[in-house]
Each structure stands twice: as structure tokens, then as C-alpha cells.
Design a protein around this ligand. Sequence first.
Ligand SMILES: CCS(=O)(=O)c1ccc(CC(=O)Nc2nc(-c3ccccc3)c(C(=O)c3ccccc3CC(C)C)s2)cc1
Length: 243
Amino acid sequence: MSVTELDLLIQNVVLAQGETCRFRQENLQVLRWETYSPEEVLSFQQKPIDHIWERCVCHVTEAIQYIVEFAKRLSGFMELNPNDQIVLLKAGAMEVLLIRMSRAFNCYNSTVFFEGKYAPLEIFQSLGCSDLIGSMFDLCHSLCALNLSEHEMAFISSMILLDPSRPWLQDKQKVEILHKKLDHAFRYLLRTSLRESILTKLPQKGRLLSICQLHMEKLNIFRQMYPGIACERFPPLYKELFI
Ligand SMILES: CCS(=O)(=O)c1ccc(CC(=O)Nc2nc(-c3ccccc3)c(C(=O)c3ccccc3CC(C)C)s2)cc1
């Protein structure tokens, strides 16, 4: 790849990220000391499990809609066959959400931006999935420790989505070519910004996968407990991706 090709690809990925995040990094930073009071945390904890699940699923669905937009703007994604576009989004959207959520995480007081203020882990107590929430907070802590830039997060997200090793891909080679170009451009970006050291510290694929599997497990448990809710009250996109 020529330097201009590399620069064009970097521009494409960084622009795609910048245009498809609901909140800008600086806006999330400004708000990060706006935390819920103990009384507010308590009132969240007293809400019934189905009520909190439905609210979280709606927020997750909204965030994933932005991630679908991100994928569509990545050069080459729309040229893939429609089946492979769905396969990549079904497999990668939640993993990208986990990476993106770390932008909304305050690692100094272990709170995450949720419904307008920063919330402690306890607020999600009534969801009944403390292991899932705990592992997400741990992941956010490790990502915060890397102090990733928007550019780096954009490339990590694009390479999660355009992963040629996803099962059921029909045109694997096409995804491989895109992934190789992204990898090349990402390394070029890291080299020029003297940030190559983060490559060995990025979360392993297995770690993201296991948190996504935990999410699926908890979702299935919830569905068994409240069969009506998931079908009637969960957004179609969430059902399409996870049910
Ligand atoms: C992500 C793009 S952004 O513009 O930065 C952005 C945009 C919008 C927000 C506000 C927001 O929706 N925050 C939410 N936080 C959490 C959360 C919850 C537990 C720990 C950590 C974060 C939400 C979830 O419900 C969640 C998210 C990911 C996987 C799993 C779940 C819960 C399961 C039960 C569905 S929604 C924050 C940040």
C-alpha cells in the first residue's frame, strides 16, 4: 500500500468513528463527575428486573445502530455480499460496543455513563447478571489503562468488525484483504505515533468473545424467566442480532 492509500484508509476509518458515536469523547469527559446519588442508585436497585433489562436493551440497541452505521462507512464493507455484512455485524457488533463503552467509563471511580449520569456497578444489580457486568467493568478498566485515542479505538473497532475468521462467511478472501489493509494502516499509525507498545496489551479476542457469550447466556436466562417481554418489548434489531 502506498502512503497516500494508507492515509486515505486512516482518514476513512477515523471519520467513520467520529461520525458514528452518539457522544463525543470530550462530552463524556465533561460529565464524568456527574454521578448518581446513593438514593438514586437505591431507586434503580428497587426497580423490577424486567424493567431494567428493557431499558438496558434499548440503550444497547441504540448504540448498536450507530455501530451498524460505522460498519457501512468503512471502505469495502458495502461492497461485501449482504450475507457477509450481516454475518460480520451479528458476530462483531457487541464486541465493538464493549470497546466503545470504555469511552464512557470513569476508571477513577469505576462508573459508566448511563441515562445521563455516571453509574456505579451496583446500579445494575437488579439485572441479575453481576458476573457479566463485573467482567465488563474489568474490561473497561483495562481499556482505560491503555488510554486509547479515538484513532486507535476506530481501528480496533474496524478490525473487530472486518474479521475474516468469523464463521459462515461466504467470501472470506474479500474480508481478509480488507482486514490486512486495516492491519497495515493501524501499524503505520501506531509507528508514526510511537504507540506500537499497545499492540501486546490490547484485549485478546477470546476475552471479548467470552463477555459476549456471557451476555447471550444472561439474555437466555432472562427470556426463560420472562418469555413474553423479550418477544414483545425488545427492539427488532436486538432480537435479530441476539435472539
Ligand atoms: C457506546 C457509544 S458512546 O457514544 O460512547 C455511549 C452512548 C450511550 C451511552 C449511555 C448508555 O447506553 N450506557 C450504557 N451502559 C451500559 C453498561 C451496562 C453495564 C456495564 C457497562 C455499561 C449499558 C448496557 O445496558 C450494556 C452495555 C453493553 C453490554 C451489556 C449491557 C447490559 C446488558 C444487560 C444489555 S447502556 C454511553 C456511551
